[in-house]
Structure formats: structure tokens, C-alpha cells
Write a protein that binds this ligand. Structure first.
Ligand code: BG6
Length: 640
């Protein structure tokens, strides 16, 4: 099995064609489609024979439409410099037809315009119809397009359907039927914008082109896989859409299952679109169906309550967001365990999680190897981490010998960083989707079987949750790592969510703001995540323990000998350092006042880091001294 991967340095321009955008005055067009077309034009990837025809309700002339797009492009372009010549080139190819989506005559006018523009611009014979419209209109618009003759246009033609593709399994099947009644499967391009991300496409490249991992890519060597997509944003202005949707429909059914398919599918026979899509669909079909008890045992839902934004500002809870039902049970967070019943993966769990209003933005795939899979079991297991966004790269976590005469180990990382390796301007992710669409290449679009199988996987969770009230909602504060139950889900199988820390997240804590990069790099690898519930004791007065704690989110209360609260420790602060610095028993008890997310530094790593970074030790000692003085007046102080 050795699929051919082309290594051409300069890709050819896309095939000539007319792109028809239905919903051309909407957000998607101005934020993503036009900036993506402009990027393709700047990179010389659009052919001379290219035209865009937009249709929307607003009565505009083509001139006015171009002017509006030009102004919006200056706001939404992903390029630093504006290339007026390239925009002029693109703009001259843009046309507009105004019409109501319910009016059959409007589609006939559109069809005439597309024919006329196609002939004039040399783009005839290839028509890509993009539904940038509200999903409720998909079926009706599809019918009108057929009646106006688009399904019988000369040459190649295709319809691009944005997500959400259905709101559940039944509606997705119905939508597929409606589309397939008028188009052939290979003419239907269902968009999942994650497939436009370089780092998601790189999952395929990584597996296909780097044979060293192939022998390890199975349940004999891999302990488990975690796929996480965390967002710091809440639902903001999208309450109306989101409250009917929730994170399972919005993120898991599509984006996360696409990533799962790329990571776990059998290597396709070739890079032929059908071979890749067959392999992905077969993988999804191997996911063990969830039944009610699996949903109750292995799926966790969450909804954010009031808390903190990533920048420290106050964040409202989901139920207080505009256009959200104040009693809403919609989940803004979900974590699922899936099992793959095929020869390669039998017995190995895959954990998926995604949520809004979390502590950091980050999509990562962590492949955790079994201890000893690649050598004698020493220290932490090896991990292969795909950083999808915003950090983009691939990293291998391993153990390395520390410099010096003593044989001791330290976690280390080996990284490939996109930004350090490639000179590429940041795109919108839609460039490759439009380019593939014009070229008639469906590889990056979802096929009927994939979409329906993906719905089949998540539908039981949606069904169980719809009929069971979420009594504990809201169950995680905005700005945290998510609900405690999601951590317990992994702990039950002896696992931990791997929280990929980044320097910016650490730099939110005053102690680390000015820390040298090497110290931060050491800390990033040394921290262990610990999520605690309200009331949990983190430190017990008098105990001899060997850890210190950094508070990522939440609040801890410090109690004196009589268990009276004598102070609080909040996000960005730390505790437990004195016992380590002065090798003494804990001087106070510390309890979580609310659900809190902590980063734990073990004594061994603590001592190693202090020995390597004397400046850090001096700063910790200075802060501890100030703290003990401050607290001495009140009682016997901040815990150590
Ligand atoms: C969209 C969802 O599909 O993906 C949004 O509707 C979500 O709710 C977005 O924020 C995430 O995309 P990205 O590219 O920012 O990870």
C-alpha cells in the first residue's frame, strides 16, 4: 500500500468555471468565500476563465455588489498587504442577480446570467453552485435550481452544501434523498471546513508519507487517543442557532469525527477521492454503536455558567446569553468515549471532547503510546501530539537524559512547527475547498455514507439527553477546563485528559509573565493537570507532601488550624511552594471554593527546575516571604 503523493512545487491554476453563490450578501460570502477567492487570485491559482455570479434578495447592481465586497474584503482579508491589482482582476469577474429564494423566476434569470457570463469569460462548462444560505432553505432552493435547469447544465456541475447538514439522522437522510433525487453523488460537495485546514489535511500526509509510525499504529502499541477542540468564545451573537444545536451537532458530529477518521482509518489504497472516502467511511462504520447505558456511562455533557473570560474579564453563563432560553438544557460541552470494533483498534478507547467558553482555544489530537511500546518503561509514556490550531504542528513527547554525570530523565519534546518550516500566508481554510470544487475533486467533501454514519454515531447521545433533564446545568464555569464529570470519565479508565499548555496560557499568571522561554518550555512539559470539585481538599495542614499547585481557573480557600478561612488563591496564583522550598509539613489546609483547574508540579520536577533556574527560585522565595509576613498577622499563614 503506497499511495502516490504528488510533490509538485507549483500547483496548476484551477479549472475554468463559474462559481455561483446563493446567499451572496451574507456573512459567509464576505468573511470567508471572497477572502478565499482573493487569496487564490493573489497566489495565481484562479484561471483567466473564471467568474462569480452572486444571488441574494437585496436589490443591488453588479457594480454596487462589487463595491460592497471590496470594502468588506479590506476588513476580512487574511493578508497583511492589500493587492489592489489582484482585487481588480477578481472584481471584474464578479456579477450579481437579485432575487427572492422562493421565486422560481429568479432562478431562471440566474441561469441566463450564468450562461451569459460563462460564455463571455470563457468559464462555461463548469458550474459550481454554492449554497451559502440558511439550512432551512436547502431543500427548496435545490428544487428551484433543478427546475431552472442547473442540474442539466452542459459540462461539469456540482452543488456545494454548507453545514449543518441536517439536525439529526432522519433530517440528514431526508436532505441526502432530496439532493440525490436531482444530483449524482459525485456532484454533491458537503462542506466540513475542518477539511480545509492544513493541519487536518496533514493528518493524512503524516500517516501516508511517514512510514516509521505505521508499525505502531494499532491498539497493540497505542494506549488511547484523545481528540479535543476547545474554544474560548461562548455563543456570543449565535444564541438562536446554537440553542437549537448544541456542541454535539455543531462540532462532534462533523469536525471531530472527520479528524477521528483521518487518524484511525486504514491507509487508503491510493489518494483517489473514492479510496480516501471509502477508508474514512469504513472507519466510522467500525465505531461501536452507543446504547443508553453507554451514553450514561461514557458520555458527558456540560453547559457553562458564569465565570471568567480568557482575558480575565467577567463572562456570563450560557443561559444569560442573548436569544438563549434561560432554562435551556442545550449542551455547550460534550465528552464521549468511542470504541472502534476493527482488528487495528479493538480494545483501545478514543476520547472526544469539545466545548465553548473554556480556558483556552486549542484543537489537539493526542496519541498516547503504551508504556514500553518503544523501549523500556521509564517515566511518562510517549505521546504524539497533532496541534491543529491555533498552534500548528506535530510534536513527540519523550523522555531524554538530563545533561550531567547522573543518569536521570526529563520529559522533552521534539516538534515540527508549521510557522518555522513553511512560508505560507494564513488562509481562511476555504481556498482549498473552492479550488478542489472548481477542479471537480471531491476528496475534501463528505459523502452521503460518511454524513449518515456520523449522525448514527452521535444520535443515541442526542436521544438520551433530549429525554433526560440536565439537572446539574450549568456544570462548569466559563473559563474552566469543562465539567468535572469529563475528568472522571477518563480517570475511571486510568487516564487523564492531556491539557496542552501553551506559553500564552502560562503567561496569564503573573509569576510567568516575564519568565525566560527556556523556563516556560520546562514548565510546560512538567505540569500535570488536576481538576477539583468545590469542597475538595487540595492541601492538608500537617501533611508531608511533595507537590505545588498553580491555579489555572477557579478559587481556593486557605484555612488556619481552626479551619477558618484566612485567604483565597485565584487564577494565575499558586500555593504549596513552601513545603517544597523549606522541606516542611504543610502549614495550612487549602480547599477548592468552586470547581477549580490546577496545574501540579511534582517535587522532583520542582527541584530540578529550581536548580536549573535560580532566578525562578529567588522569585518564589521572595513571594513566599511576603506571603508569610502578610499572613503571620492573621494566623499561621499561606500553606506550604
Ligand atoms: C463551526 C461551528 O462549524 O466551527 C462554530 O458552527 C465553531 O460554533 C467553529 O466555533 C469552530 O471552527 P474553528 O475553525 O474556529 O475551529
Amino acid at each position: 500500500m503506497n499511495p502516490t503523493i504528488t510533490s509538485h512545487a507549483t500547483p496548476a491554476t484551477a479549472a475554468p468555471g463559474v462559481l455561483v453563490i446563493l446567499g451572496a450578501s451574507g456573512d459567509l460570502t464576505k468573511r470567508l468565500l471572497v477572502p478565499a477567492l482573493y487569496n487564490l487570485a493573489c497566489d495565481g491559482l484562479l484561471p483567466e476563465g473564471f467568474a462569480v455570479v452572486g444571488m441574494a434578495r437585496r436589490p443591488l447592481s453588479s457594480e454596487e455588489f462589487r463595491g460592497q465586497l471590496g470594502r468588506d474584503l479590506r476588513t476580512f482579508t487574511t493578508r497583511r498587504e492589500f493587492d489592489a491589482d489582484r482585487w481588480e482582476w477578481l472584481e471584474s469577474r464578479i456579477h450579481y442577480v437579485s432575487g427572492d429564494f422562493a421565486d422560481g423566476a429568479a432562478y431562471r434569470r440566474l441561469a441566463d446570467k450564468v450562461r451569459e457570463v460563462g460564455v463571455e469569460s470563457g468559464a462555461a462548462g463548469n458550474t459550481l453552485l454554492y449554497l451559502a444560505i440558511s439550512p432551512e432553505l436547502f431543500e427548496a432552493v435545490n428544487g428551484h435550481l433543478d427546475e431552472a435547469g442547473f442540474t442539466r447544465f452542459d459540462g461539469r456541475r456540482a452543488i456545494v452544501v454548507e453545514k449543518p447538514f441536517g439536525k439529526d439522522l432522519d433530517s440528514a437522510i431526508a436532505l441526502n434523498r432530496a439532493l440525490l433525487a436531482r444530483w449524482r453523488e459525485e456532484e454533491i460537495y458537503r462542506i466540513d471546513h475542518y477539511l480545509g485546514k492544513e493541519t487536518v489535511q496533514n493528518l493524512l500526509a503524516f500517516r501516508m508519507a511517514n512510514g516509521i509510525f505505521a508499525p505502531l499504529w494499532n491498539a497493540d502499541h497505542i494506549d488511547h487517543i484523545q481528540i479535543s477542540a476547545a474554544e474560548t468564545v461562548g455563543v456570543e451573537t449565535r444564541g438562536e442557532y446554537y440553542d437549537k444545536t448544541g456542541v454535539v451537532r455543531d462540532m462532534l458530529q462533523n469536525h471531530l469525527l472527520q479528524m477521528l477518521a483521518y487518524v484511525c482509518m486504514e491507509p487508503p489504497e491510493s489518494l483517489d477521492p473514492n479510496a480516501v472516502r471509502d477508508a474514512k467511511s469504513r472507519l466510522l462504520a467500525a465505531v461501536r454503536p452507543l446504547d443508553r447505558s453507554a451514553v450514561e456511562r461514557e458520555c458527558v455533557r456540560g453547559q457553562y455558567g458564569p465565570g471568567r473570560k480568557a482575558d480575565g474579564g467577567v463572562a456570563v453563563g450560557y443561559r444569560e446569553e442573548p436569544k438563549v432560553d434561560p432554562r435551556s438544557d442545550t449542551e455547550t460541552y460534550a465528552a464521549l468515549t468511542l470504541h472502534l470494533d476493527n482488528d487495528r483498534w479493538r480494545g483501545m478507547p478514543v476520547y472526544l471532547r469539545s466545548g465553548k467558553s473554556l480556558w483556552k482555544r486549542g484543537t489537539e489530537i493526542v496519541v498516547e503510546f503504551k508504556p514500553g511500546a518503544t523501549g523500556p518503561a521509564m517515566g511518562e509514556p510517549n505521546r504524539l501530539i497533532f496541534h491543529i490550531q491555533p498552534t500548528q504542528g506535530v510534536e513527540i513527547r519523550m523522555q531524554a537524559k538530563r545533561p550531567g554525570p547522573v543518569f536521570s530523565l526529563q520529559p522533552a519534546g521534539m516538534r515540527f512547527d508549521y510557522a518555522e518550516t513553511f512560508e505560507a500566508s494564513r488562509g481562511t481554510g476555504y481556498e482549498v475547498l473552492l479550488y478542489s470544487g472548481l477542479n471537480g475533486d471531491p476528496t475534501l467533501f463528505s459523502r452521503t455514507d460518511f454524513v449518515e454514519t456520523a449522525w448514527r454515531i452521535v444520535q443515541p447521545a442526542l436521544d438520551v439527553w433530549r429525554t433526560t433533564p440536565a439537572d446539574d446545568f450549568p456544570n462548569y464555569p466559563a473559563g474552566s477546563w469543562g465539567p468535572r464529570a469529563a475528568h472522571e470519565l477518563l480517570e475511571r479508565s486510568g487516564h487523564l485528559w492531556h491539557e496542552c499548555l501553551t506559553r500564552d496560557v502560562l503567561a496569564r499568571g503573573p509569576l510567568f509573565r516575564a519568565a525566560p522561554p527556556l523556563l516556560l518550555a520546562n514548565l510546560l512539559l512538567a505540569f500535570r493537570p488536576l481538576a477539583v470539585a468545590a469542597g475538595d481538599v487540595v492541601i492538608t495542614r500537617g501533611a508531608v507532601e511533595d507537590e505545588m499547585y498553580f491555579v489555572c481557573s477557579g478559587r481556593l480557600a486557605v484555612g488556619d488550624a481552626a479551619d477558618r478561612s484566612v485567604g483565597e488563591i485565584g487564577a494565575g496564583e499558586f500555593c504549596g511552594e513552601m513545603a517544597l522550598l523549606y522541606r516542611q509539613p504543610r502549614s495550612a489546609t487549602v480547599r477548592a471554593v468552586e470547581p477549580s483547574d490546577l496545574l501540579v508540579l511534582d517535587g522532583t520536577a520542582f527541584r530540578r527546575i529550581l536548580a536549573d533556574f535560580p532566578g525562578f527560585e529567588a522569585e518564589l522565595r521572595r513571594i513566599s516571604a511576603v506571603r508569610s509576613e502578610r499572613s503571620a498577622g492573621v494566623s499561621r499563614g499561606i500553606p506550604g
